[in-house]
Structures are given as structure tokens and as C-alpha cells.
Design a protein around this ligand. Structure first.
Ligand code: PAF
Length: 301
């Protein structure tokens, strides 16, 4: 039965560790597939509202695993293709694979490399950051919306219930596409601006000039999103983005964390994806373009 199958988590970064700790803590058999396996298990600590949850989680390299029934892929969006290829041999038509990346374009990549799997796409709003190597802080309690990559795929009820119990709320969305575009809109505004201005999410609302820039980014991307996802015609992106910034005010966005730690960012899968779609449509997005270039060009020393 699927309920007794372990949940594999590919990627032991902030989101992967949040899920691994939460699932193991709620009694679900959980296994990590990290990039490098040094030991049979890894001890992770998750701090949530001042309380520490410490879990020892078995880990395996993808090569060691012959069959995967439940898989959460939590790697960065630019690592997704490599991650999909690494588990290809263990995935079949019974496998349920959930993609938790920021940005867009993942569905097509997963359909190409795991054509037989039951694929699901998730939109995550939990805020979590790495405090030290194996310590993570759950800084903002969000939610996970989950839907099928292919509209005909049934909801994985038992897995959904396990996920929801471990880290509520997990909600099923039969048509996840508009939600993914809304998430892309949020990420295309908050993430690059917080990286550029070296601030937390809430600070964007406090500076008139930054707030105006948020509005300008929305004006520019609206025709692109409305064309790609007509269900979002006249959608109030400004209210949604400002409300995410307000509810996650103290958090530093994932792009802020990556950029200021000198790590690769997801700008290509977020702003870059939008800029490509805009260019296909003949739409110009000068503010997005300018911020994209500022965040991708090497800084002068
Ligand atoms: O990418 C992120 O950091 C988050 O999705 C959010 C909420 C946009 C900013 O913290």
C-alpha cells in the first residue's frame, strides 16, 4: 500500500530539510537523497517558533535506490534537470513525483525525463533558511498548494494526507496553473528587488521608491501573464504581492539569501523565464530587464 511506502526527498536544502524534518517528526518513513552521501543518516534540526525539532533521517544516493513511490523534489530550479535524470531508473507509472521549484518550465522538463510518472506541481509559501550546516529555521509558516501536471491525474489522497499532517496546510488544486503564475509574479517582484536592495521582504513596502518599482514590475509583466494564463485577466497582482511582502515582512527571500551568499540564484527561471515569454510576444519589460542585468552581471570591484 502506498501509505507504507517511504517518502523520498531529493535535495537537502532549506525546503527539503523543512519537509524531511516535518515528515519524520510526524512519523512518516522519510529518506533523503542528498547531492553527496557521507553517512547512512543525517541529523537535521528545524527551529520553529523557538522550539527545536531534531530528527535523524536515513539518506541514500539516487544510484542505491531501485524503486521510488513517493518523491518530493526540492532542489533549486536550475538543478532540476540533473535531479530528474538521477532518479529516472527508479521511477515508473506508480511513482508520484512532486516538484517544488520556484519559477516555471519544470513541468515540461519532468514530462520529458520522467514520462511515465504521476507528476504534481506545488506552490510553496513557507519561509525557511539555513542557520548552519544542518540547522534550519522555519521563519514563516506558509502553505503548500498541490496540483497535477496533467489535468487527468488523480489526487494522491493518502500522500496528501501525510503531507498535510506533517506540515499543514497542504491543499489540492485541480488546476494549479494559475497559482503557479501567481507565484511566479510574486517571485518576479519580491525576490529580485530584495536581492538588489539588500533588504527583507517587508522593507519593500516601507520605501516609496521601491514600492513604486514593485507596481511598475506588475504593469510590465501583466500582458505577458494574461496572455500565458488568460484565467488571470485583471487579477489583482499588486494586492497579492504586497500581502505576501507584509506577511513575510521579516523574511529574506530565497534570492536575497542566494545572491548575498554568492550562490547561483534562480533569476533565469523567474525573471529570465518571463523576459523570454515577453520577447516571444514582442512585449518589452524594461524594468525587469534592467534588474535582471544588474543581478546577473558581475559587480565591479
Ligand atoms: O522565494 C521566496 O523567498 C518566497 O517565495 C517569497 C515569499 C516570495 C519571498 O520570501
Amino acid at each position: 500500500m502506498s501509505e507504507s511506502q517511504p517518502v523520498f526527498i531529493l535535495g537537502a536544502g532549506a525546503i527539503g530539510s523543512l519537509w524531511a524534518c516535518s515528515l519524520a517528526h510526524s512519523g512518516v518513513e522519510t529518506r533523503l537523497i542528498p547531492r553527496r552521501v557521507s553517512d547512512d543518516s543525517i541529523t537535521l534540526t528545524l527551529t520553529h517558533q523557538g522550539q527545536n525539532i531534531t530528527q535523524s533521517i536515513p539518506q541514500q544516493s539516487a544510484k542505491q535506490i531501485s524503486r521510488i513511490t513517493n518523491l518530493l523534489i526540492c532542489v533549486k530550479s536550475y538543478q532540476l534537470e540533473q535531479a530528474l535524470l538521477s532518479v529516472q531508473h527508479a521511477v515508473n507509472a506508480q511513482s508520484r513525483v512532486i516538484l517544488l521549484q520556484n519559477g516555471m518550465g519544470h513541468k515540461e522538463l519532468a514530462q520529458k525525463h520522467l514520462p511515465h510518472a504521476q507528476l504534481f506541481l506545488a506552490s510553496n509559501t513557507h519561509g525557511v533558511f539555513r542557520q548552519s550546516q544542518h540547522q534550519f529555521v522555519h521563519a514563516g509558516w506558509g502553505k503548500t498548494l498541490l496540483g497535477p501536471a496533467n489535468i487527468n491525474t488523480q489526487a494522491p489522497e493518502a500522500l496528501l494526507a501525510q503531507l498535510h499532517q506533517a506540515l499543514p496546510a497542504v491543499t489540492w488544486e485541480a488546476d494549479i496553473t494559475p497559482l503557479l503564475w501567481r507565484k511566479l509574479a510574486v517571485n518576479a517582484v519580491i525576490n529580485p528587488l530584495t536581492a538588489l536592495y539588500d533588504c527583507n521582504n517587508g522593507a519593500l513596502l516601507e520605501h516609496t521608491e521601491w514600492r513604486q518599482q514593485m507596481h511598475q514590475l506588475v504593469i510590465e509583466m501583466r500582458p505577458v501573464i494574461e496572455y500565458q494564463c488568460p484565467a488571470l485577466k485583471h487579477y489583482d497582482f499588486v494586492t497579492e504581492i504586497e500581502s505576501v511582502a507584509a506577511t513575510t515582512a521579516m523574511n529574506y527571500s530565497s534570492m536575497h539569501q542566494d545572491y548575498h551568499l554568492g550562490r547561483r540564484t534562480e533569476i533565469d527561471q523567474i525573471s529570465g523565464y518571463l523576459l523570454n515569454k515577453a520577447s516571444e510576444q514582442g512585449v518589452v519589460m524594461p524594468t525587469h530587464q534592467d534588474i535582471y542585468l544588474r543581478l546577473t552581471q558581475p559587480t565591479e570591484s
